[in-house]
Design a protein around this ligand. Structure first.
Ligand SMILES: [Cu+2]
Length: 360
């Protein structure tokens, strides 16, 4: 609406000011930000911390920004004073080099004082930096949710490793965590270096092949937060996102129970045909569906694939049409993916998607 009005305004204005253009830009920015709050897009914003770790980082950022802005303003003011203090009388007048020829006491005092203040401020920032690092490493992790996350080109595998043997399970591209409880994730990489980053919850942590590192955070505010791989990892690096759903303990427990359960049995002949195609076709070589004979590990676990709103690591919405296009030609939606296209007939594809649709 605002965007539509802008050209009209432009016509009534005299040309050459450049302001209407700027105004319509603002209107566009405003509309798009309204639109993004209206849809339930997951948050991805380091400046809106939803957990204690992100708050520590946010405080350090605010302090650094404040100190640096004040110093910047002070330098500009000093510059303005210097420029206006002793203007030349005319173009031909000799420059006033008085203070340089006979060093003024006051000038050396001001310069010396400013140097000391700079050193103190920089030292203060260093102390704040170290204090933040210590605070980040001191998150109490008793009773933490433990999981393992592996970065693959270009998707995320997460394993909920429970103390009850046999009740662990894998999910892809979507974590659920309980609000108020610490989460400890051990990070690995399968192929190249990836970086785990959920700006609302914590800073970045590299995932390096052959090495294991951990990240600890706690979500204190319920919500859905977007994570993004933050280390260039190849062609589809930009399409390697995931979400963290932070929810109250009861909802988290219900989610755990649903994810632990194996896939349901096919309820009709069409679905049974779909399952047969999946477990006897190449799909089973790469994907696991617990409760069937499919036990591949090269691709995401699909046992409860329909419980995820997005597929392909945040690339496309989980709709029937997208699922069909993906299975037919994954490379057209995410060029470079290792999942191969399939030559299924329309009936077979229909059966396959009918069965996948039951994997809630
Ligand atoms: Cu990556």
């Amino acid at each position: 609406m605002h965007i539509g009005q802008a050209p009209q305004r432009r016509r009534t204005k005299t040309a050459g000011t450049g302001r209407p253009g700027a105004r319509s830009l603002w209107a566009a920015a405003c509309c798009s930000s309204l639109a993004s709050t209206a849809s339930a897009a997951p948050a991805q914003d380091a400046l809106s911390p939803a957990g204690v770790q992100a708050s520590h980082i946010f405080s350090l950022w605010t302090l650094t920004l404040t100190v640096c802005s004040l110093v910047f303003a002070a330098v500009l003011i000093a510059l303005l004073i210097a420029m206006t203090r002793a203007p030349r009388a005319s173009r031909d007048a000799r420059a006033d080099l008085g203070p340089l020829e006979h060093p003024e006491r006051r000038v050396s005092r001001v310069v010396g004082g400013a140097s000391i203040v700079s050193v103190l401020l920089l030292f203060g920032l260093l102390v704040a930096d170290i204090a933040t690092d210590r605070a980040l490493s001191r998150l109490p992790v008793a009773n933490a949710v433990q999981l393992e996350m592996t970065g693959h080109q270009w998707w995320w595998e997460a394993r909920y490793t429970d103390d009850t043997p046999g009740s662990g399970f894998a999910v892809a591209n979507e974590l659920h965590v309980p609000v108020g409880r610490p989460v400890v994730i051990s990070l690995k990489a399968d192929d190249v270096i990836h970086t785990f980053w959920v700006p609302n919850l914590h800073g970045k942590k590299d995932m390096i092949p052959g090495r294991e590192s951990t990240i600890e955070f706690r979500a204190d505010r319920a919500g859905t937060y977007r994570g993004q791989c933050a280390e260039f990892c190849g062609l589809e690096h930009a399409l390697m996102a995931f979400t963290v759903v932070a929810e109250p303990a009861a909802e988290y427990d219900a989610w755990l129970a649903r994810q632990r359960a194996p896939a349901p049995q096919p309820a009709n002949a069409l679905q049974a045909r779909g399952e047969h195609l999946f477990t006897t076709g190449n799909c089973a070589g790469c994907h696991t569906v617990r409760g069937t004979s499919a036990q591949g590990v090269l691709g995401p676990d699909l046992t409860h694939v329909m419980s995820r709103p997005m597929l392909g690591a945040g690339t496309f919405a989980n709709t029937r049409a997208n699922l069909e296009s993906w299975i037919k030609a994954p490379g057209s939606m995410k060029p470079g993916t290792t999942m191969p296209p399939s030559q299924l007939s329309a009936q077979d594809l229909n059966a396959l998607v009918a069965w996948i649709g039951t994997l809630q």
